[in-house]
Design a protein around this ligand. Structure first.
Ligand code: CAA
Length: 378
């Protein structure tokens, strides 16, 4: 069904080479130290992987979503923490500016994101607006030629490093999502600060924090799209973002499968390699089947978006299925490794922790089911 073009295969092998030669060797160490992988982020930039969708005029690679999915799976295969850094930069920070920004906004903000000169993030989630993203409580008030923002965002991936923050705030909390506006905030704007940094279970080299806005003044020129149209910017952005998380999940699932296959051939019990036991074979067969199904859903969603179709339900199906497949594959890989799989010495233990986030961020599995059900019933 899917025949990758030569260009797609080239992107895939470029990403695979970087991932296996330069990303994989330090992944366990970064998991332990939680160190932000600055040098590797620089390598992603050199390959054009931080501005995948941005036109060349704005410093990007001008590639399609399928290319992005292929590259992101490879990077996440080696280190899902680096994968999410790449995903947020492209899908959540760059994409809304590309799709809704003015030429001036793109020149000023998309270009440094695409070249990797600056890190970006997406500030939607709040303490009381996680799954219910429409209940934005961060306030914005127009004051002369500036908007003044007050509020706190939480769980912001790349928050501690980001200089360009796509931020959502509400003109009128009573009207819920209908008052939401999207802004491009710079880290240096007075009134901005980074709050608590989260100590996470996995994807440890990416950092996640609170962002605090206290009387933060944003020039009117930094309003992204129209006043009160911010929720649509947020939701349209998440459609593509969810494809990115699906690709990240594919990388984790593929790595779990490869490690499990290798171990099953080496480890013997009852006088033969465990790969010869049907109990193990069935696990490997189920892992492979779910992984391939997830990959097809993800490639299909990406291809639909590349054709310019609205594909919200398909993006949610890809994210739902791939994230649950990644958890399944990581779980079964630990099971195949037995007690060793429970040790930090073995990579499957990290994959198990890294996989866990994929059913949570960019919409929980329950939220994906809501989006899919709405489509089915419409
Ligand atoms: N594209 C464009 N517009 C969309 C849209 C989309 N995909 N989805 C909804 N809209 C529009 C609707 O058409 C509707 O517009 P009208 O008023 O003109 O009809 C409007 O938005 C409101 O839509 P809903 O009624 O569906 O809104 P809702 O309040 O019921 O919420 C939801 C829908 C899907 C549950 C949404 O709140 C949601 O996605 N929640 C999860 C939030 C989420 O994923 N957060 C992730 C944070 S980012 C992150 O995790 C990053 C990271 O760390 C890596």
């Amino acid at each position: 069904m899917f025949d990758l073009s030569e260009d797609h295969r080239n992107i895939q092998s470029m990403a695979r080479e970087l991932a296996r030669e330069e990303v994989l060797p330090g992944a366990a160490e970064r998991d332990r130290t939680h160190a932000f992988p600055e040098a590797l982020v620089g390598k992603l930039a050199e390959l054009g992987f931080l501005g995948v969708f941005a036109p060349e005029a704005y410093g990007g690679s001008e590639l399609d979503l399928l290319s992005y999915v292929l590259a992101l799976e490879e990077i996440s295969y080696a280190d899902a923490g680096l994968g999410v850094i790449m995903s947020v930069q492209n899908s959540l920070a760059g994409w809304p500016i590309l799709s809704f920004g003015t030429h001036e906004q793109k020149l000023k903000y998309l270009t440094p994101l695409a070249t990797g000169e600056k890190i970006g993030c997406y500030a939607l989630t709040e303490p009381e607006a996680g799954s219910d993203a429409g209940s934005q409580r961060t306030r914005c008030v127009l004051d002369g030629d500036h908007y003044v923002l007050d509020g706190t965002k939480v769980w912001i991936t790349n928050g501690p490093q980001a200089s360009i923050i796509v931020t959502y705030a509400n003109l009128d909390v009573e009207s819920r999502y209908k008052g939401v506006c999207a802004f491009i905030v710079e880290r240096d704007f007075p009134g901005f600060s980074v709050g608590k940094i989260e100590d996470k279970m996995g994807i440890s080299c990416s950092s996640t924090s609170e962002l605090v806005y206290e009387g933060l003044r944003v020039p009117q020129a930094n309003l992204l799209h129209q006043e009160r149209d911010g929720f649509k910017v947020a939701m349209a952005t998440l459609d593509g973002g969810r494809i990115g998380i699906a690709a990240q999940a594919l990388g984790i699932a593929q790595r779990a499968l490869d490690l499990a296959v290798g171990y099953a051939k080496e480890r013997s019990t009852f006088g033969k390699p465990i790969a010869k036991h049907q109990a193990i074979q069935w696990k490997l067969a189920d892992m492979k089947t779910r992984l391939e199904a997830a990959r097809l859903l993800t490639w299909r969603a990406a291809t639909m978006k590349d054709r310019g179709e609205r594909a919200s339900a398909e993006c949610s199906m890809a994210k739902l299925y791939a994230s649950e497949a990644a958890n399944f594959c990581a779980y079964e890989a630990v099971q195949i490794f037995g007690g060793y799989g429970y040790s930090r010495e073995y990579e499957v233990e990290r994959l198990y922790r890294d996989a866990r986030i994929t059913t949570l961020y960019e919409g929980t599995s329950e939220i994906q089911r809501m989006v899919i059900a709405k489509h089915v019933l419409s």
